[in-house]
Design a protein around this ligand. Structure first.
Ligand code: CO8
Length: 257
C-alpha cells in the first residue's frame, strides 16, 4: 500500500507510522486521516505486528486538524460526513499503539496522541487544545480524553484559554507516561514497542481492552470484566508457555495463540 501523507516501516514485529506533511506541520486532513486509519487497521489484523508506534517530526507531532481544509465547511457538510467519526476505527484497534511526540501536539494532534494507548514525549513536546482561539472546540475527543487524563481543572483551563502545556507539566499531570531527551525519543519508543511486541499478542490485546475499560465503566464492573478476561487467558497457549518458562527458569517463547 503506498501512502502520500505518512511513511510506514516495519521493524521486526513493530509498525512505525511517521506523519509526513512537513509543510503543514502534519496537520490532519482527510487524506492523512484515511491513511493513518488504513495503516493501523491493516496492522491490527496482521499477526506479525505486535505493536504500532506513531510519530511526527522533530518540530511537530501534528499541529491539529487541517484548518484550511475545514475553514469553509458548512454545518450540513460536517454533519452529513460525520466528520472525524472515522477515528473510532482507530480507537477500535486491538493492537497496542504508542504515540512518540516531539514538538507541537495541538488540537487534533493532541487528540491523536491521546487516542493512542500511551504517550512518550520528547522534552520539546507541547500539548494543547487551542481550538477555542479558532472559534471552535476539540472535536476528536479532546474535551473528554484530556479531562480523563489531567482532571477537570487543568483540562478546562486548557480548553478555555488554549494554553499549551510543556512536556514536564504533561508528565506531572499524567498525560504522558515518560519524558525523554528529544534525540532519544524515537529509539526509546521503538525499544518499548519491541518489548510490547515480544509479549503474547492476544494477551497484550486483552490487557489493552481491560485497561481501556477503566475509562468506560464503574470500578465494580471493571474489576469483574478484568477477572473474566483473566480467567479466559487460561485458554491460551501463551499462558501455559509463560508460566512454564518461569518455572523452568528460561525465557518465554510466545506463539501468539
Ligand atoms: N492546519 C493547517 N495548516 C497548519 C496548521 C493546521 N492546524 N498548523 C500549521 N499549519 C501550517 C501553517 O499554516 C503554515 O503553512 P504556510 O507556510 O502555508 O503558511 C505551516 O503549517 C507552518 O506553520 P507556522 O508558520 O504557523 O509555524 P510556526 O512555527 O510559526 O507556528 C504553530 C507553529 C504554533 C503550531 C502554529 O502553526 C499554529 O498555531 N498552528 C495551529 C494550531 C491549532 O490551532 N491547532 C488546532 C486546529 S483545530 C483542531 O485541531 C480541531 C480538531 C477537531 C475538529 C473537529 C471538528 C468537528
Amino acid at each position: 500500500m503506498s501512502y502520500e501523507t505518512i511513511l510506514t516501516e516495519t521493524r521486526g514485529r513493530v509498525l512505525l507510522i511517521t506523519l509526513n506533511r512537513p509543510k503543514a506541520l502534519n496537520a490532519i486532513n482527510r487524506q492523512l486521516t484515511g491513511e493513518v486509519i488504513d495503516a493501523v487497521t491493516r496492522a491490527d489484523v496482521d499477526p506479525e505486528i505486535g505493536c504500532i508506534v506513531i510519530t511526527g517530526s522533530e518540530k511537530a507531532f501534528a499541529a491539529g486538524a487541517d484548518i484550511k481544509e475545514m475553514q469553509a465547511a458548512t454545518y450540513a457538510e460536517m454533519y452529513a460526513g460525520d466528520r472525524f467519526a472515522d477515528w473510532e476505527r482507530f480507537t477500535a484497534a486491538r493492537t497496542p499503539v504508542i504515540a512518540a511526540v516531539s514538538g507541537y501536539a495541538l488540537g487534533g494532534g493532541c487528540e491523536l496522541a491521546m487516542m493512542c494507548d500511551f504517550i512518550l514525549a520528547a522534552d520539546t513536546a507541547q500539548f494543547g487544545q487551542p481550538e477555542i482561539k479558532l472559534g471552535v472546540m476539540p472535536g476528536i475527543g479532546g474535551s473528554q480524553r484530556l479531562t480523563r487524563f489531567v482532571g477537570k481543572s487543568k483540562a478546562m483551563e486548557m480548553c478555555l484559554t488554549g494554553r499549551m502545556m510543556d512536556a514536564a507539566e504533561a508528565e506531572r499531570a499524567g498525560l504522558v507516561s515518560r519524558v525523554l531527551p528529544a534525540a532519544e525519543l524515537l529509539g526509546e519508543a521503538m525499544r518499548v514497542a519491541e518489548i510490547v511486541a515480544s509479549m503474547s499478542l492476544p494477551i497484550a490485546q486483552m490487557t489493552k481492552e481491560a485497561v481501556n475499560r477503566a475509562y468506560e465503566t464503574t470500578l465494580t464492573e471493571g474489576v469483574r470484566f478484568e477477572r473474566r478476561v483473566f480467567h479466559a487467558m487460561f485458554a491460551t497457549q501463551d499462558q501455559k508457555e509463560g508460566m512454564a518458562a518461569f518455572v523452568e527458569k528460561r525465557p518465554a517463547r510466545f506463539t501468539h495463540g
